[in-house]
Design a protein around this ligand. Sequence first.
Ligand SMILES: NC(=O)c1ccc[n+]([C@@H]2O[C@H](COP(=O)([O-])OP(=O)(O)OC[C@H]3O[C@@H](n4cnc5c(N)ncnc54)[C@H](OP(=O)(O)O)[C@@H]3O)[C@@H](O)[C@H]2O)c1
Length: 309
Amino acid sequence: MSEKKPQRVLITGCQGQVGHALVQRLAPDFQPIGYDRSGLDLSDLDRLADKLHAAIEAHQPSALINAAAFTAVDRAESQESLAYDINALAPGIMATVAASHGLPMVHYSTDYVFDGQRDGAYSENDPTSPLSVYGRSKLAGEKAVVAANGPHLILRTSWVFGAHGQNFLKTMLRLAQERDALRVVNDQIGAPTSAELIAQSTHTALTSLIGGADARDPRWGIYHLTASGHTSWHSYAKHLIARARAIGWPICVEDDAVEGIAAQDYPVAAARPMNSRLDTTKWQQAFGETLPNWQVGVDQVLTNIPLQP
Ligand SMILES: NC(=O)c1ccc[n+]([C@@H]2O[C@H](COP(=O)([O-])OP(=O)(O)OC[C@H]3O[C@@H](n4cnc5c(N)ncnc54)[C@H](OP(=O)(O)O)[C@@H]3O)[C@@H](O)[C@H]2O)c1
């Protein structure tokens, strides 16, 4: 009896935090085909559709996953056109191509589509009101994916970190080894979410949705997908520094030398939401998945980063 071959999935942005985690996690149940910028440049809008059609013909995938994005939030303020090309127009082209082949598309979005003024966690139905170019470009990308009218998952996440790539956790880890005092924003809150959790949850949803391959499954749509719980950047930094010290990292900074400061005292080009909390009830109910607390992901990632000599 021949063994059933795993279904192929095309993944853009395979060198990014989420893209890299997807390539690792989706195998062996799926066969991930990863594209980096050199294989599929999302800013090359004139050729993107043709290249996607060719990739689909060549690999016959069961889904497209877009993990590529212009994620330099502050740089987006001065590179608005490029941010829109990559975050809004390219996902629209991808979704249109996917729909023309009858393929589902998974796309990632962000807490930055909200203005952060709400009390409590945002649900998928709350009105959006982005504060930055990045947030507006990502919201336009969501709308373009929906407008293509194919089966899709849009997964809004927040404060992504992982052992692979650049992120707040790794920056803090480096600074905590170099400096004896740190100042970290303490009045913005959200849920640090590991790229591994996002990849695991994407695996769960794909298994459930493309196994049946039913475009009318009511579970296609938009979801909030983050780790459970919430914290401030300051408490997050204190937690990860304490955990790193406990497992043997050569940390210089003392716990009481990690000072909390207001966001307004740490000027950056792009405004961030003060409240980035996303309500994940819809996801947990649709896919029967309990999302772990953010500290679980931090502990896992810390043990996966090689100790610096
Ligand atoms: N990072 C966060 O905190 C965060 C929070 C909420 C939502 N998200 C969303 O989650 C998703 C994944 O983010 P991430 O953290 O994995 O981002 P990331 O680590 O910055 O990875 C983004 C990837 O996109 C690629 N890329 C950029 N421009 C491209 C282009 N023109 N053509 C092809 N690829 C291009 C990058 O390639 P290079 O490596 O060549 O630059 C990189 O590999 C994105 O949709 C992002 O908006 C992220």
